[in-house]
Design a protein around this ligand. Structure first.
Ligand code: UP5
Ligand code: MG
Length: 196
């Protein structure tokens, strides 16, 4: 694929803001392909024979951003695969880019984003959701120590990416401390306005 053959929406927001939940609903209604960078990293970490398994696990547990080369390669492969096999063109890229270098590289090497859905959520709400999910998720980062580190990384490293796209008027802010359906109404409105 080349950059003009696909369309990309970034989905950003703090840990537990509801990115994955809302993306799943968009997939049902609009047929987007949903690629969560975190899911791709967890799958690579669990893959037998992966040379990055130990490294990825460490970064995720510490709430740090995995070096961009790894994540970009995973995303590029996933996009290519969906493009080849299903002719997929419309992608939701969830939880990425969360550091400035990734934002620049993705848009240069893969495709510029159409816009960013930004899930804005108070930390206390996200904390409560993640601790609840942590009871059953099995995620190594759904514990209070890791969650605090994820919040810190989000504020210091990922918010600059949101601000960067906001300066280009490419951010739609969604209020997330509401029931799933109410959040989704905002998401739908944003997408309907911008996707032909
Ligand atoms: N829930 C959702 N919406 C709700 C609502 N409106 N009301 C009540 N409850 C709601 O939701 C979280 C929980 O809240 C669920 O239990 C849900 O039912 C409930 P979810 O939709 O899963 O939220 P999401 O924003 O997707 O949370 P997630 O934990 O996935 O966010 P993170 O951004 O922390 O996780 P991600 O998987 O993207 O990344 C994990 C780690 O991978 C990062 O910390 C980092 O170490 C690494 N990473 C990289 O290094 N590079 C990358 O590019 C990406 C990730
Ligand atoms: Mg998620």
């Amino acid at each position: 694929f080349s950059a003009d053959q696909i369309s990309v929406i970034f989905v950003l927001g703090g840990p537990g803001a509801g990115k994955g939940t809302q993306c799943a609903k968009l997939v049902e209604d609009y047929g987007f392909v949903h690629l969560s960078a975190g899911d791709l990293l967890r799958a690579e970490q669990a893959r037998e024979g992966s040379e990055y398994g130990t490294l990825i696990k460490h970064y995720i547990k510490e709430g740090l951003i995995v070096p961009q080369e790894i994540t970009l390669a995973l995303l590029k492969n996933a996009i290519q695969e969906h493009y080849n096999n299903k002719g997929a063109k419309n992608f939701l890229i969830d939880g990425f880019p969360r550091k400035m270098d990734q934002a620049i590289s993705f848009e240069e090497q893969i495709a510029p984003s159409k816009f960013t859905l930004f899930f804005d959520c108070p930390e206390n709400v996200m904390l409560e959701r993640l601790l609840e999910r942590g009871k059953t998720s099995g995620r190594v980062d759904d514990n209070i120590e890791s969650i605090k580190k994820r919040f810190k990384t989000f504020v210091e490293t990922s918010m600059p990416v949101v601000n960067y796209f906001d300066k280009q008027s490419k951010v739609v802010k969604i209020r997330c401390d509401e029931p799933v359906e109410k959040v989704y109404n905002q998401v739908k409105a944003a997408v309907d306005e911008r996707v032909p």
